[in-house]
Design a protein around this ligand. Structure first.
Ligand SMILES: O=C(CO)[C@H](O)[C@H](O)COP(=O)(O)O
Length: 243
C-alpha cells in the first residue's frame, strides 16, 4: 500500500475519536492534511467542531475544507490535538518539526487535553535521533546560540552536524526558511538520542532557542498505519509526566 494511503488511514482512525462540540488542535504536514480533509467532510455532513491550526499552511487547508477556526485567545482549552510526527519512540516521545511548524505545534499540543499522533509506521523507532532534530532559533546571535547548543549536546552525550534549514520550492528556494513565527530552524544530525527528556530540558534553557522538536510527555496515543493494519499505542504515563 502506498505511504499516502497509510497516512490517510491513520487520519481516518483518529477521526473516530472526534465528537460533536469538540475543540480541536489541527496539526501540520501531509498526514495532518489528510485529517483536515476528512474532518471537512464530516463538518459538511453536520459535525459541529472548531479548530486551532498549528501553521499558516494548515489554516489555509482548514478554510479550503470548510473547518471553522478559532484561536487560543478565544477559547480556554482544546479537547484533542491531532498531528503527525517525524519519529515516535515506545514512550511516545516525538521528534517533530520536519514541516517547520514545531513552535505552534507544541503550544497547541500543550493546550490540549489529549494529543493523538497519526503516522505511517515507518515513523516508529526504538530510539529517537535518526531524523535530524529541528531547533527553532532567533537569527540574532546565532553563532553564540550554536555554541550553547553544542555545549548542551556534549552534556547530554550527543553530537552531530548542524545546518540552518533552507526553504524548498518556489521563489524562496535556496533561501533560509523563515518560520511562521519569523525565526530560523537549525537541523541537528544526532543519530541517536539516548535521553531525550534530558536533552529537551538542556535545549529549553538556551536564550536563543525559541523551541525544539522534542515533544516529551505530550502525546497521549499514536495511531500507526502499516501494511499489517492499524496499531493504536496508548501512553502509559499521564500527560506532562516526563521525569
Ligand atoms: O512536525 C511536523 C511539521 O512541523 C509534521 O507533523 C511532521 O514533519 C510529519 O509530517 P508528515 O505527516 O508530512 O510526514
Amino acid at each position: 500500500m502506498k505511504m499516502d494511503q497509510l497516512k490517510r488511514q491513520a487520519a481516518a482512525r483518529a477521526l473516530e475519536e472526534v465528537r460533536d462540540g469538540m475543540q480541536l488542535g489541527l496539526g501540520t504536514g501531509s498526514t495532518a492534511k489528510h485529517f483536515v480533509e476528512l474532518l471537512g467532510e464530516r463538518v459538511a455532513a453536520g459535525l459541529k467542531v472548531i479548530g486551532v491550526p498549528t501553521s499558516e499552511a494548515t489554516r489555509l487547508d482548514a478554510i479550503r475544507c470548510g473547518v471553522p477556526l478559532t484561536t487560543l485567545d478565544e477559547i480556554d482549552h482544546l479537547d484533542i490535538t491531532i498531528d503527525g510526527a517525524d519519529e515516535i519512540d515506545p514512550e511516545l516521545n516525538l521528534i517533530k518539526g520536519g514541516g517547520g511548524a514545531l513552535l505552534r505545534e507544541k503550544i497547541v499540543a500543550a493546550a490540549s487535553d489529549r494529543m493523538i499522533v497519526i503516522a505511517d509506521d515507518t515513523k516508529w523507532v526504538p530510539t529517537l535521533g535518526k531524523f535530524p532534530l529541528p531547533i527553532e532559533v532567533i537569527p540574532f546571535g546565532l553563532g553564540a546560540t550554536r555554541r550553547a547548543i553544542e555545549k548542551a549536546f556534549a552534556e547530554c552525550g550527543v553530537s552531530g552536524q548542524m545546518a540552518v534549514r533552507n526553504a524548498k520550492g518556489g521563489d524562496k528556494d535556496g533561501h533560509v526558511l523563515v518560520t511562521d513565527g519569523g525565526h530560523w530552524i537549525v537541523d541537528a544530525k544526532l543519530g541517536r538520542i539516548e535521553d531525550p527528556a534530558r536533552l529537551a530540558k538542556a535545549l529549553s534553557v538556551i536564550p536563543g532557542v525559541v523551541e525544539h522538536g522534542l515533544f516529551i510527555g505530550l502525546a497521549s496515543s499514536a495511531v500507526l498505519a502499516g501494511g499489517e493494519g492499524i496499531r493504536v499505542i496508548e501512553r502509559r504515563k499521564p500527560k506532562g509526566d516526563w521525569e
